[in-house]
Design a protein around this ligand. Sequence first.
Ligand SMILES: CC(C)(COP(=O)(O)OP(=O)(O)OC[C@H]1O[C@@H](n2cnc3c(N)ncnc32)[C@H](O)[C@@H]1OP(=O)(O)O)[C@@H](O)C(=O)NCCC(=O)NCCS
Length: 106
Amino acid sequence: MIEKITIPEGFIEYMIVFDTADIINIEVLPKYRRKGIATSLLKDFFEICNNAKTGGVSKFFLEVRKSNENAINLYIKNGFEVISERKNYYKKPTENALVMIKNIKN
Ligand SMILES: CC(C)(COP(=O)(O)OP(=O)(O)OC[C@H]1O[C@@H](n2cnc3c(N)ncnc32)[C@H](O)[C@@H]1OP(=O)(O)O)[C@@H](O)C(=O)NCCC(=O)NCCS
């Protein structure tokens, strides 16, 4: 089931399956960008993944368009690393995806 944290300036959508949390999308309204809002949404998301109910999350996973430097920078700054590339993963326009993960050390 896809879950969502929504704030007036943006949202994050994610899915938790057993010990893995996938970030489906994160978006901040253009006029509020570069003010730390996506970072704060990620922080709230990590806290949810860490709470008693979902506490088994040890891996975070996402795909991002290879050209989306802003998002890639955001993820790297928040502990993600690129592990692989999926060819022609996106359509309209066709583009490769970078697969990024973040592991939590227990
Ligand atoms: C990617 C996105 C969510 C970032 O939101 P944001 O609130 O502006 O991000 P933050 O202010 O928390 O930025 C955190 C870091 O991300 C990187 N970053 C964000 N925007 C950037 C930009 N325009 N240029 C370069 N780096 C950028 C920087 O490292 C930044 O840290 P810094 O400001 O200290 O340098 C936003 O640009 C967005 O909504 N983009 C369109 C949707 C999208 O591409 N979503 C990702 C789908 S996978």
